[in-house]
Design a protein around this ligand. Structure first.
Ligand code: SF4
Length: 337
């Protein structure tokens, strides 16, 4: 009996049959949104049109003004504390506060905190990068993100992330931070030099939480990101195929629901408690995730304008990380298998 032609799967839109699986492009916001709550991830990254998010909160306004001032300060002819305070005033966004009096009080407080913070900096040694996009690829993941500050301290590359929330940070926070580790891996890849030290600079107190990674600990974080990306790829595919699989985007109800930008669209989250007022994080010692800009669901898109922008900026000479052999100083880059 003659054999008919071998059957092959029907083509999937956007993918040629036989094409290698594209890398999964992900920023820290995307990875962490999934870990925090798959339902919120769906609202922020898959539903189109995106459900309208609530108006900006006051702590976000404070965070944006402080980050902008600390970036622009290095371009000032006089890198003084007064210049830093003036920059906070110029960047101030009067959104989310209880009233203009609260906004004024917080502007002055932030100006004083940023001025005190820059007094501790060596103004004669500019950083290697400010709000620089960093990226790397592995065999499954194309990571990109934006680093607040990258220092070169006598040859040692250091990733610095500014924090502006009330919550005080510990070295354990620096050790366990997935975004910080991925930034360090990206810097290592881009500069072809080991980057192991990561620091969280808490601007309100001027304190620093730090951790010195090893090649092995960065590798573990890269593997963790790859594992999250694999979950995301499956969830995205189910969503695209309109598989009736509500379990893929189960709401993860937690105290964070009281802060969630999308709770108006989420019945389960509304049952977690009343919504926090817009200025609540200014007054409470909240979970750091509430005031972490990388987890703000896109409210401050400091991960870059999009994957293409981010990748091209950070991919200097990059290809698939596996086997490209470009790690520095004979050390083993964490993105290599
Ligand atoms: S309200 Fe809570 S459960 Fe609902 S999407 Fe937001 S974080 Fe998830």
């Amino acid at each position: 009996m003659s054999q008919g032609p071998a059957t092959r799967p029907a083509p999937v839109q956007g993918v040629f049959v036989g094409m290698p699986t594209p890398l999964y492009a992900a920023s820290p916001s995307r990875l962490l949104a999934w870990l925090d709550c798959p339902r919120r991830y769906r609202f922020a990254y898959l539903d189109r049109p995106r459900p309208p998010a609530r108006p900006q909160r006051a702590h976000t306004s404070v965070g944006v003004a402080v980050h902008n001032a600390l970036r622009d300060w290095w371009d000032q002819p006089q890198r003084s504390a007064e210049a830093a305070a003036a920059l906070v005033g110029r960047s101030w966004i009067d959104l989310g506060f209880r009233d203009s009096e609260q906004s004024r009080r917080w502007r002055e407080r932030s100006q004083a905190e940023v001025a005190a913070y820059v007094r501790g900096l060596d103004a004669t040694v500019p950083p290697l990068g400010l709000e620089r996009t960093a990226a790397f690829k592995t065999s499954v993941l194309a990571f990109f993100g934006r680093i607040d500050r990258l220092d070169d301290r006598a040859g040692q590359l250091v990733v610095v992330d500014y924090k502006t929330g009330r919550h005080r940070l510990t070295d354990e926070d620096a050790r366990t931070s997935l975004p910080l580790a991925l930034y360090a891996a990206a810097v290592w890849k881009m500069f072809r030099r080991p980057c192991l030290r990561v620091e969280l600079h808490h601007v309100p107190t001027g304190t620093i939480a730090a951790f010195e990674h090893t090649s092995e600990s960065l590798t573990r974080k890269v593997r963790e990101a790859e594992s999250i990306a694999a979950d995301l790829r499956r969830a995205d595919a189910r969503y695209a195929a309109q598989v009736p699989d509500a379990a893929s985007f189960t709401p993860r109800v937690s105290p964070l629901c009281q802060w969630c930008d999308y709770r108006a669209h989420c019945r389960e989250g509304q049952q977690a408690g009343p919504e926090k007022v817009s200025w609540a994080a200014l007054e409470e010692n909240t979970d750091d995730r509430v005031t972490d800009e990388t987890q703000s669901g896109g409210r401050i898109d400091r991960d870059g304008g999009g994957w293409a922008d981010g990748f091209e900026d950070g991919s200097e000479g990059d290809g698939h990380a596996e086997g490209d052999g470009d790690s520095g100083a004979g050390a083993h880059h964490p993105a290599q298998s």
